[in-house]
Design a protein around this ligand. Structure first.
Ligand code: BGC
Length: 509
């Protein structure tokens, strides 16, 4: 080979090497640029979800102000502040066997509780969870209630071995119905609207108790609703049964809400309301709380716009188990669209509600070094195999930001209630007094709902925020108590208190 040829080959090889290198470098530059975009999406999310203690305190104030407005006039606030007609809470003397039905989410529960007649003596309880077939949540009220009444009948029959007697004797029932209801008495009320994805149009505006009692009659069940309660109210009742310092209850599950004990003279929209105790439990329906201080992102705005109830339940959509997974899904979808972290956008990522809060909590709690659970969820649920570790880490971070914001906002809501009733150490909503002038009392808040009870991280974030907002002097006086099955058992307790042979209930305030 001549010299010229050798030089030619060398030049060609060098040119090829350069071209290959250019392609490799180009790819790296592009992939770095994409990664920067992904990290940018995360940074933007973190900024949008920021919940500094200063911002949380603004939410606290807004909550207390809205509570006042909701109590002042009908429609005065997005907080409905519904009267419950529960003016006394269980005092421990309740005795006998009572039933409760608890309807509020994807499952309903039937309970039988045997009460021993002394504080905290629940001798026996039997709880059966029954999944509600999806189609019934958007069917007719008759279909839904027939299904519930049939399940209740089977439960009662099992107790009495199906004997005539078990079905003939008239029983009183506590009915927990966890949707916004305008109560007309302690045992009746009109459904205002559905939440949590339920949509049975013929039910709105109708008396909930009547619907259940008619279905029970159709099924040959001799039962009567002695108390119709929201799940928060049931939880407060059980909380108070165990610990008389309980003044409020909060649910953080599929949906979210709170109730608390209010003085009747503070319920201005109901002038002249008289109760023997001088107080009444108010169902806040805080899921519908709104304030410009809430840290809202474009994902929240889109989720709301795509929901069946836009401009409604704004606080709930940032906090509760029904929505958190879908906020995370929307963030990952945007990352995938803007920087194709998974190649072409996987179709399952576009499916609303494919990621439940259960799955995002599982990803957040995955402590294996290679994030095996995250990889499994991506493969099995989203059908995205082989997600690189750095992407998995990023996804965990997204879950963390969304769950942390939810927990911290819930904490601010709780302090808002404490502020309204003068238990946050600040001297109440009008302030004035310095913290050192305020004498603090032990204050218990009963809590129920899967997000709080099942997820350690959520619980820890909530407690941390509560301590930050209240400060170390006041925080020790405020105790959050996990009140398992409170919504149902509490309804049974209230059924006792309001049944024909009721014993007196304690003074509220
Ligand atoms: C409902 C409330 C209920 C809460 C928790 C909300 O969607 O409006 O009535 O208490 O969920 O179950």
């Amino acid at each position: 080979m001549g010299r010229v040829a050798v030089v030619g080959v060398a030049v060609a090889v060098a040119a090829t090497a350069c071209a290959v290198a250019a392609v490799v470098v180009g790819r790296r530059v592009r992939s770095r640029r994409k990664w920067r975009r992904v990290v940018g999406v995360l940074a933007e999310l973190e900024e949008g979800c920021e919940t500094t203690v200063g911002r949380l305190r603004q939410v606290v104030d807004a909550m207390a102000v809205e509570m006042h407005a909701g109590l002042a006039s009908e429609g005065g606030s997005k907080l409905k502040m519904l009267l419950t007609f529960v003016d006394g809470l269980p005092n421990g003397c309740e005795k006998g066997t009572y039933y409760a039905l608890d309807l509020g989410g994807t499952n309903f529960r039937v309970l039988r509780v045997q009460l021993g007649g002394q504080r905290s003596s629940i001798l026996e309880k039997e709880v059966e969870r029954i999944p509600i077939p999806q189609h019934l949540t958007s069917s007719t009220s008759e279909n839904l209630f027939d299904f519930i009444a049939s399940s209740l009948k089977e439960f009662v029959e099992r107790e009495g071995g199906g004997s005539e007697n078990s079905l003939n004797s008239r029983r009183e029932l506590g009915f927990t119905f966890s949707f916004p209801v305008k109560q007309t008495s302690v045992s009746s009320g009109i459904l205002i609207k559905w939440t949590k994805g339920f949509c049975i149009q013929d039910m709105v505006g109708r008396d909930v108790t009547e619907c259940l009692e008619q279905a029970m009659t159709r099924k040959g069940l001799n039962m009567q609703v002695a108390a119709l309660v929201n799940d928060t109210v049931g939880t407060l009742a059980l909380g108070h049964y165990h610990d008389p310092d309980t003044v409020a209850a909060v649910i953080i599950g599929t949906g979210t809400n709170a109730c608390y004990l209010e003085r009747t003279d503070a319920i201005i929209k109901c002038q002249g309301l008289l109760t023997t105790s001088g107080g009444m439990v108010v169902n806040m329906e805080w899921g519908n709380f709104w304030s410009s201080h809430l840290p809202r992102t474009s994902y929240d705005i889109d989720l709301d716009a795509d929901s069946p109830n836009p401009n409604d339940q704004g606080f709930e959509k940032m906090i509760s188990g029904m929505y958190l997974g879908d906020i995370v899904r929307r963030v990952i979808l945007r990352m995938s669209q803007e920087a194709d972290i998974f190649g072409t956008v996987p179709s399952r990522l576009s499916m609303p509600f494919i990621l439940s809060s259960y799955l995002i909590a599982a990803m957040l709690e995955d402590d294996s070094p290679e994030l095996k659970e995250v990889a499994r969820i991506f493969k099995d649920i989203l059908e995205i195999p082989d997600v690189p570790l750095k992407v998995r880490k990023l996804v965990v971070k997204v879950c963390d930001v969304v769950i942390r914001r939810a927990a911290r906002l819930a904490a601010a809501g709780i302090v808002g209630i404490l502020k309204k009733i003068g238990r946050d150490g600040s001297g109440g909503i009008t302030g004035g007094r310095s913290r050192s002038d305020v004498k603090m009392r032990r204050t218990v808040v009963a809590i129920e709902g899967g997000l709080y009870t099942s997820y350690t991280m959520f619980r820890e974030y909530l407690h941390e925020a509560l301590n930050e907002i209240l400060g170390e002097d006041i925080a020790p006086y405020v105790i959050l108590k996990d009140t398992q099955d409170g919504s149902g058992i509490g309804a049974a307790l209230l059924a006792v208190a309001h049944s024909s042979n009721s014993v007196d209930s304690v003074q509220l305030l």
